[in-house]
Design a protein around this ligand. Sequence first.
Ligand SMILES: [Fe+2]
Length: 332
Amino acid sequence: MNAQLFAQIANAVQSSSVHGWLVIDRDYKIVFVNDAFCRLWHIDRENLLDKSLLDIFYNGNKKDKNDSYHGPLIETIDTGREFPLMEACLSNHYDNSYIWYLASTFLLREPETEPRYAVGVYVPIDKFKMIEARLDGINISIIKAFCKAIGIRDTYTKQHSEHVAALMVELAEFMEMPREGVTIAYLAGIVHDVGKLGVPERILNKPGLLNDNEYESIKRHAITGADILADINGFDTIASIVRHHHERFDGRGYPVGLAGDAIPIYSRMLAVCDAYDAMTTARCYREPYPVRQALDEIQRCSGTQFDPEISEAFIRFMEQSRIKTDLQDLAT
Ligand SMILES: [Fe+2]
């Protein structure tokens, strides 16, 4: 890259230490990268400079199986189309975590020559805030009111719902669901236990075994939750997912006894995420399961309580994600 261009970029970059900057040439070779970009993706500069962007992030391919460009920067250098602020998600090459970001891209122009470089500016964003931003204002206020009500009534259920929503999002991304699917997964996770507002507190937090009547009262939370949500405009799908989140793959669950694919896919995902979080969280009556033991339990119940494909995806995702570090810690 010539000195003048380099100076232009260096000037711009200095004013923005939190934004990752990357410059590629027409062969997708990375010719410039700033410290913020390296920090963002946990990659050393020497593993990026003079390497192909395609090789590092996209296995050498510039398009995915749907013939869409993998990233806005590649599209910009190929087609000249520039993006002001594009929402995107990238798998971290080294630890398989996901990073959500807004990318702005533009071509670097020199007077009277064809553009030879494209610049990408990346800003990390909070994915939950972004999912919430996609919902309309009224619905997000309703969801927030529910979360508050759940939290006032029962701190454990509020925290559990947030954990489950986070797991649902990660699992949906791992299963390569479309963006709308990730949003549904998030919403279903946040509200799945809203029906517990209808369960008496002495039963909800009872430390010992429940008698038959108490157990029936707990079981009703799936239907109660669905009935509450069905009254919200546009929430029919979420209501149905919540109604069936305690069904079992073998048909021995509640409230209806649906089996296999007859259970909505998000309910089958919820069953696994819900059980995992319940097992790995401390309760007043028991210690939390270690991660490995909880995953073994999901494996053991795969095909009976849980959908085998979803169980397998969940276990793979947990093993490959950040949790992997925890597992390695446990193994040593
Ligand atoms: Fe539940």
